[in-house]
Design a protein around this ligand. Structure first.
Ligand SMILES: Cc1cc2nc3c(=O)[nH]c(=O)nc-3n(C[C@H](O)[C@H](O)[C@H](O)COP(=O)(O)O)c2cc1C
Length: 310
């Protein structure tokens, strides 16, 4: 590409409205080696103040956060991780730091650095920016619920999943890695609702969503609810064979919950149908196609008698 040199790359990162950081993965203290102006604006710290330090400093003494544990485990395994952490700017104001941390490897596959992409999720979380460390206590403490915006299940919303999928798609494309998609439907949900009422139906959806998302446990996996009893999930790095096994596990685990559903034509318990597909993204390919294929596979699972993965 003519005129596309290192300076342009640098300007690309430097003008990004997102915070971008680079951390030394070889050093046990995981010190910062680069932050862009976007990260300075996000945190209120200058690059000079952050250089050589571990970014946990942004947590202050607010350390009891589930995301921190998940992030540490993912870093130890050298995996991509997406978390939402409560962080504090230099002036003490709180913000929700929505970050994706990715391992960067050298030619021999050794992880040399971690890259972080950061943004303030405050808007979506409707957090009051005037809140400070001192005012964040007890019942007034905001939770990470709104970003996993589906009120009923606590999962992500479809639009958020699509946004995450676009990014992971680009990474999978670059690294020539597979990405798997799951389209999941609760069988005979309408009949369940007419038999037991909407309230019971909603609590059943919640339980099923919990079990289904529990089958995908890596921090890079994402599950969302589309609507009603329809869920969607993606998992970077899974081959088709592995994904199909996960799909079968989802169907099995839901069946094993033995939630009574006397009018279901499938079996006397609540069940799910799962459409599975996986692909290494081709240059001309796009995530929408994979979403379509997973829906086609879901129809196949339904036509084959439901309560199964296809
Ligand atoms: C690239 C990268 C960026 C990070 N950015 C942040 C951040 O912005 N805020 C934060 O609280 N922690 C951040 N961390 C996480 C902390 O550095 C640390 O790994 C985490 O707190 C878990 O480790 P600990 O339990 O030893 O503190 C980042 C880590 C990496 C590798």
């Amino acid at each position: 590409m003519t005129g596309f040199d290192l300076n342009l790359y640098r300007r690309l990162v430097e003008t990004s409205p997102e915070g971008v950081v680079l951390v030394d993965a070889q050093h046990s203290a995981r010190p910062v080696v680069y932050v862009n102006p976007g990260f300075e604006a996000l945190t209120g710290y200058s690059s000079a103040e952050l250089m050589g330090r571990n970014l946990r400093l942004l947590q202050g003494d607010d350390r009891e956060q589930d995301g921190r544990h998940r992030l540490r485990e993912a870093l130890d395994r050298g995996e991509t991780c997406r978390v939402l952490l409560r962080n504090y700017r230099k002036d003490g104001t709180v913000f929700w730091n929505e970050m994706t941390v990715l391992p960067l490897s050298d030619g021999d596959g050794r992880v040399t650095h971690f890259a972080g992409h950061h943004r303030d999720a405050g808007e979506r979380l409707r957090i009051d920016p005037k809140l400070t460390r001192d005012s964040l206590s007890g019942a007034h403490q905001p939770t990470a619920v709104a970003i996993r915006d589906d009120r009923l299940t606590g999962l992500f919303t479809l639009s958020y999943l699509e946004e995450l999928l676009k990014r992971d798609w680009a990474v999978a494309q670059r690294e020539k890695r597979s990405i798997a998609l799951f389209a999941i439907d609760i069988d005979a949900l309408d009949l369940y609702n007419t038999t037991f009422g909407r309230g019971a139906g909603d609590s059943m959806i919640r339980r099923v969503a919990h079990v289904v998302s529990g089958c995908l446990r890596r921090s890079s996996d994402v599950t969302a609810r589309i609507d009603g009893g329809s869920l969607i999930a993606f998992a970077p790095g899974l081959t088709h064979e592995q994904a199909l096994r996960v799909g079968q596990l989802m169907a099995e685990r839901v069946r094993d919950m033995r939630i009574h559903h006397p009018r279901s034509a499938v079996l006397r318990y609540v069940s799910v149908s799962v459409g599975v597909c996986a692909a290494i993204p081709e240059p001309a390919d796009n995530p929408e196609r994979l979403l379509q294929v997973s829906q086609t596979q879901l129809q196949l699972a339904k036509k084959s008698g439901r309560n199964q993965a296809a």
